[in-house]
Write a protein that binds this ligand. Structure first.
Ligand SMILES: Cc1cc2nc3c(=O)[nH]c(=O)nc-3n(C[C@H](O)[C@H](O)[C@H](O)COP(=O)(O)OP(=O)(O)OC[C@H]3O[C@@H](n4cnc5c(N)ncnc54)[C@H](O)[C@@H]3O)c2cc1C
Length: 374
């Protein structure tokens, strides 16, 4: 049996793909569905191909996600750049509340044994002798394990992953609103110490999701006080919040890990997928597509191994190579671009430059995207 740890986007993708290849699959998820999640909720166009592969596209289209084709970046100093967000069709705006539920429904429908409300607390073993996956008061044997437990969790500490020792001084916040935005545009409004994304999702809702340095966030004594301060730093945010009506409470996460360069695609014979393998800067709007894509890749490699068409050494080597070829350059560029949003002077200079040379902006957008799909 294949065990997939984590039922977010990468875990659901891996589990569905492996079940499509007739592998017996158990997916273990710590939480329950549906649930909100701190995320910009913009799906780059490649995601549509992956949803098609997974047989999930009709259910997703039925939710009537927003169609997003443009990006607008604004600086606190008043600079602005608007460009095409995609070169291959529209991206989608869909809440994680809907998306994660739809993917897990698809996994169940295709025969994945989905266990919810169970946190994996340990994994021991290897590909040659098999694995033991431990949950509270229970343990299960598996021939292979895919870890899709997200960017940073207690399981990483159990697995002794070195990035856990690095400081991760970023906070993420998100809430849904009703308010006035351009229907086809993802807005990224910078403020000193962070930036705030505003874009349409399904049902006429607007997702507001921001990333801020911890030291900036901590200078205010509550989330509402911080949001009040943030609005005053950028006139576009001020205009949006002046008339917007908040629909969900603020959800927050801390320790968003950008110092995770030493994550490996395979650790202790476990194939890592999604953010567990490496996180692209949220600015790139490609984390969910990468999660879907890496889930497909890992499931395909494991399937070949479990059907006897490959050995353990080859499996690990080929998956590591494929993962790096697909994602490593994108992750590096995304981090570099994102760092400019945290530096007001650099951002202003950058906006002036890409307004003078629009092809440069489109080049950056293209380089943070996948060229092909498996
Ligand atoms: C502020 C912010 C904004 C973002 N905006 C965007 C965007 O607009 N577009 C985009 O494409 N990407 C965006 N991203 C990135 C995107 O959210 C992630 O890349 C994506 O969620 C990764 O999916 P995943 O399946 O790897 O992890 P997750 O979606 O985090 O799923 C991990 C799952 O594993 C479960 N889990 C954890 N530990 C255990 C355990 N021990 N046992 C069992 N289950 C466990 C969790 O409960 C969770 O369900 C953003 C990220 C941040 C932080």
């Amino acid at each position: 049996m294949l065990i997939v740890i984590g039922g977010g986007i990468a875990g659901a993708s891996a589990a569905i793909r492996a079940a499509q290849a007739d592998l017996p699959v158990m997916l273990i998820e710590a939480g329950t569905y549906p649930r909100h999640k701190v995320c910009g909720e913009f799906l780059s166009p490649e995601a549509v191909n992956y949803f098609t592969t997974l047989g999930a596209l009709p259910a997703i289209e039925a939710e009537q996600p927003a169609r997003l084709t443009r990006v607008r970046v604004t600086s606190a100093a008043g600079g602005e750049w608007i460009g095409a967000l995609t070169h291959t069709g529209a991206g989608l705006g869909l809440s994680r509340h809907k998306l994660d539920q739809l993917l897990i429904d698809r996994a169940r429908a295709i025969g994945v044994h989905v266990v919810t409300g169970q946190k994996v607390t340990g994994v021991s073993g290897n590909l040659t002798e098999g694995f033991t996956v431990t949950m509270r008061g229970d343990s299960i044997r598996a021939r292979a394990v895919i870890a899709a437990h997200g960017k940073r969790t207690a399981l990483d500490r159990v697995l002794n992953r070195p990035f856990m020792a690095q400081p991760q001084p970023y906070v993420g916040l998100k809430a849904h609103f009703r308010g006035a935005v351009r229907a086809d545009t993802v807005d990224l409004h910078a403020f000193p110490g962070g930036y705030c994304g505003v874009s349409r999702i399904e049902a006429g809702l607007v997702n507001v999701c921001l990333l801020v340095r911890l030291e900036t966030f901590k200078r205010r004594d509550s989330i509402p006080a911080f949001v009040q301060w943030m609005q005053r730093q950028n006139r576009h945010l001020m205009r949006f919040f002046a008339t917007a009506e908040q629909v969900t409470g603020w959800l927050s996460i801390s320790q968003v890990p950008f110092n995770d360069h030493d994550k490996q695609p395979v650790e202790q014979d476990i194939l890592m997928v999604g953010d567990a393998a490496g996180m692209i800067a949220p600015l790139a709007g490609d984390g969910m597509s990468m999660a879907l894509h890496s889930g497909l890749l890992a499931a395909d490699h494991i399937t070949r191994y479990l059907w006897g068409d490959s050995d353990a050494v080859t499996l690990k080597r080929l998956y590591t190579t494929a993962w790096r070829e697909q994602f490593a350059a994108r992750i590096r560029l995304g981090r570099w671009l994102q760092s400019s949003l945290f530096r007001p002077a650099l951002l202003s200079a950058g906006l002036t430059l890409i307004n003078a040379a629009p092809a440069l902006g489109q080049y950056f957008v293209r380089q943070t995207r996948a060229p092909a799909h498996p």
